[in-house]
Structures are given as C-alpha cells and as structure tokens.
Design a protein around this ligand. Structure first.
Ligand SMILES: O=C(O)CCC(=O)C(=O)O
Ligand SMILES: [Fe+2]
Length: 202
C-alpha cells in the first residue's frame, strides 16, 4: 500500500513501502540475524542506551566507553556478523539510487520506553552514499533537524513498513526517535519496534 512520498526536511519518507507479508518475512530474517549475533545494549560515555542493537554485514556498529566505531566482529561472540538478509538488501536496491550494496546493517530494537537522542550518522567513510532506514513494529516519532546543531525540526510518525532515505543534502541531518507508541502494532512478539539502517561504510 505504498502511498505518496513525503519530504521531511530533505529526508525521503516512503510510507507503507513494505506490506504485511514483506514485513513478516523480514522480521523472520532478522530473528536469524539476532540468533547468530545477539542484541547488545550499547554503553556510551553518557551511559547505557535504551535501544538494543546488533548488526549484519561486513561491519557492525559498536558503541562502548571507548567510543563509536565499525567492527568486523561481534564484541561478545568474537564471530563475524551474519550476512545482510536478501529481504533487507532488496529494499536498499529499490530505493538507494546507488550501484554499491551496503556493507553494514544496523538492527535497532526499541522495547518499551526506548528512544534515541538527536544525532548525526557520521561514522561512515563516505557521505555520498545514503542511509536507508526501515521501520517494523510499533510507530515511532521521528524528528529531523538540520545539518547544523539546533534550529528548526520537523517530525513524523514512522509506521511498520515505512522506509526513510537520508541522502544528498540530508545525509548528515540531525535526527532521532522521541518516543515509540507502545502497543500500536502486533508484529513483534513482546511488543516494540525494530529499525534497520543500511549504510555503505567501506
Ligand atoms: O530508529 C530509527 O528510526 C533511527 C535509527 C537511527 O537514527 C540510527 O540507527 O542511526
Ligand atoms: Fe541515525
């Protein structure tokens, strides 16, 4: 049920790009990812994050007291991250507008009360590639600001199956998740939201 594209301060939002069957199939693939690469609670200098994370692909995003970086191995298992599922790659190929495939797929798990503060995605080596973000499960209030800190922002509720593309002039905009509407979807066992972001890190 793809509806019309929305421009949120330069971020392309594609509501309902994934239908219920595609969402369920992707979720099953992500369960396999989490089985091979258990979700972790990242700890930053500011303390533990409320979002739990794991990754797929050649590189996974890792946050701990030493800082943020991409790593080829899961820090707890010592194993390489599992491959990015085809169901996820298909979304990148459909919307990214670039030839290269992503080498990193971050899986964010928002259980009750989890949110993500305003930030830029800037740990990647080349900002000419977009970041593609897929939402599954409960609705989330996604806020987008500017490349500079502070100033005006605009928000939208991202629903299960929505896809957002941060590229071009919007590649480095500040963004975050203010809150998740608990119980607004039944897709995920135990409730909550999963967000998948795809990146070319190199
Ligand atoms: O959960 C979201 O929709 C945003 C996730 C995000 O900004 C990130 O992982 O960098
Ligand atoms: Fe981000």
């Amino acid at each position: 049920m793809a509806t019309q594209e929305i421009d949120l301060r330069g971020v392309r939002v594609l509501p309902g790009l994934l239908g219920p069957e595609a969402q369920a199939a992707m979720l099953a693939d992500l369960r396999e990812v989490a089985r091979a690469a258990p979700v972790m609670r990242p700890v930053t200098r500011r303390g533990p994050m409320s979002v739990r994370m794991t990754s797929a692909g050649r590189l996974g995003w890792v946050a701990d007291r030493r800082g943020y970086r991409y790593e080829p191995l899961h820090p707890e298992t010592g194993q390489p991250w599992p491959p990015i599922p085809d169901s996820v790659l298909a979304v990148w190929r459909a919307v990214s507008g670039v030839e290269a495939d992503p080498d990193s797929c971050l899986v964010n798990l928002y259980r009750e009360g989890a949110k993500m503060g305003m930030h830029q995605d800037r740990d990647e080596g080349d900002f000419s590639y977009p970041v593609v973000s897929i939402s599954l499960g409960d609705e989330a209030l996604f806020r987008v600001g500017s490349v500079e800190r502070g100033g005006k922002t605009a928000s939208i509720w991202l629903r299960s199956g929505d896809v957002a593309v941060m590229g071009g002039a919007a590649r480095l905009v500040h963004h975050g998740i203010d809150r998740v509407r608990d119980g607004s979807s039944t897709l995920i066992d135990g409730g909550g939201r999963i967000n998948v972001t795809l990146r070319v890190v190199r």
